[in-house]
Design a protein around this ligand. Structure first.
Ligand SMILES: Cc1cc2nc3c(=O)[nH]c(=O)nc-3n(C[C@H](O)[C@H](O)[C@H](O)COP(=O)(O)OP(=O)(O)OC[C@H]3O[C@@H](n4cnc5c(N)ncnc54)[C@H](O)[C@@H]3O)c2cc1C
Length: 411
């Protein structure tokens, strides 16, 4: 269920296993229940439940030392987001490559691509994971690593098309975690370091369920090269707080745009000190862009999940801000939002800025449409992102060392 309540219930149910059990067992792939991991990613990805809540609950339950592995994994999501914000070209290059590479597939390459997507390669494990992905919208992290490695180095298919296959079907499909994890397996993310799936590793971590023969898998990885990615500075954004919104509201009627990248406005910064006062936000908008799923390449279940999650977020945002949220589907979301802002006589609209990805593209159009309507757009940022994204400029381990130091966590 794409609701915050379902996400919180899942977190609560998993918490007893988030300590030592998780550290020992997380790499063991045990379908269909996958009880060794939380399967929280679709909820965390949409921020129906925030990273701060998940990491905080694990720490409170087990203490930092016992839960460190789990907490560290939660921070990977934030790290990838911060990294992509500073190198958005990794996303735009991928977007440009997908249709070009797909249209360029011929003969055997084309058949290999079709077989991989349909789970008909004959490679033990790989075919099951492909089918599990399409049927359930989720795949275990270790299986994602093996799958990506076999796709790239055994089947010799472009990594971009594998990443697009994941984005099509994953309920947690995320431009940062997905693109950058595929790049990591391909050896683009950490120079000179590829990830090669090995038959004995697959057999071991699937409890012998899948045992490809050595001959079925590539014996070594090859080198993929690219032009270096340009690094850009993070945009400066005001940090979210009730005071930030109150100050904006003093300049005239304030609206809030809710999108599917951050669906728990009532938690974290805006809830501080008693929350946002009544009447500060005068009206809300939570429309669904009709063409988004097609533009983003999402299968129907992914779009349905996001849309239902947006509905759940809107219902809670209404209660939190104490105002109505306009819903509905719009062929041109930006135009519909500008009309709404005019009708509501808003001076400004505020929102959490969507990170790099399809909703960021919507955001740029929204900005332009509001400017044309004479309404200001104010992007704000959660303090979690404001503190952590700038640290995600280099590798994960320096990032994690800084996080631990600043959290006062035992080393
Ligand atoms: C090739 C590849 C593609 C991936 N694509 C995505 C994607 O599109 N979206 C996505 O959310 N994750 C992606 N991941 C990361 C990871 O596989 C999933 O987040 C994880 O499997 C989620 O399962 P879980 O909720 O049971 O995680 P748990 O192991 O229970 O971890 C708890 C939480 O930590 C976060 N987390 C854990 N591992 C990672 C990780 N490696 N990277 C980022 N966050 C993590 C998630 O929010 C997760 O819910 C990808 C990994 C690989 C190797």
């Amino acid at each position: 269920m794409p609701t915050r309540a379902a996400g919180l219930a899942r977190l609560e149910a998993f918490l007893p296993r988030a300590g030592r059990d998780y550290a020992e067992m997380r790499n063991h792939v045990a379908p269909p229940a996958h009880a060794n991991v939380s399967r929280l990613s679709p909820w965390v990805r949409a921020r129906l439940v925030t990273e701060a809540e998940v990491a905080g609950a694990a720490r409170a339950r087990h203490g930092f030392r016992e839960a460190e592995k789990f907490i560290q994994e939660v921070y990977w999501r934030t790290y990838w987001k911060g990294w992509l914000e500073q190198r958005p070209e990794a996303w735009t290059r991928y977007l440009e490559a997908v249709p070009r590479l797909r249209d360029g597939l011929r003969g055997e390459r084309r058949s290999a691509h079709e077989a991989a997507r349909a789970g008909r390669t004959g490679i033990a494990g790989f075919d099951d994971w492909a089918r599990e992905l399409v049927e359930t919208g989720w795949m275990h992290n270790h299986a994602r690593m093996w799958f990506a490695s076999i796709w790239i180095f055994t089947l010799r298919l472009p990594w971009e098309l594998g990443a697009a296959f994941f984005m099509e079907h994953l309920l947690d499909g995320d431009p940062a975690s997905n693109t950058l994890s595929w790049r990591w397996v391909a050896g683009l993310q950490t120079a000179g370091k590829t990830y090669l799936a090995r038959a004995d590793n697959i057999a071991r971590y699937t409890g012998g369920e899948h045992a490809p023969s050595e001959r079925q898998l590539a014996a070594e990885a090859f080198v993929i090269t690219e032009e270096p990615l340009r690094r850009v500075a993070l945009a400066e954004r005001p940090v979210a707080s009730p005071d930030t919104l109150a100050a904006l509201a003093r300049g005239g009627r304030l609206g809030w745009w809710l999108h599917a990248e951050d669906l728990a406005v009532e938690t974290g910064d805006l809830a501080a000190g008693g929350g946002v006062g009544a009447g500060v936000v005068a009206a809300g908008f939570a429309g669904w862009p009709a063409g988004l799923a097609a533009r983003a390449g999402w299968a129907a279940p992914v779009a349905a999940w996001q849309r239902a999650a947006l509905g759940d977020g809107a219902a809670r945002a209404e209660g939190f801000f104490g105002c109505g949220f306009e819903r509905g589907e719009h062929a041109d979301l930006a135009a519909a939002l500008a009309d709404w802002a005019r009708r509501e006589k808003l001076a400004r609209v505020a929102a959490y800025e969507p990170p790099v990805g399809p909703w960021r593209d919507e955001a740029r159009a929204v900005e332009t449409a509001l400017a044309a309507a004479g309404v200001g757009m104010v992007w704000i940022r959660r303090s979690w992102d404001a503190e952590l994204w700038p640290r995600a400029a280099r590798g994960y381990f320096p990032f994690w060392a800084e996080v631990k130091a600043s959290e006062g966590a035992p080393g």
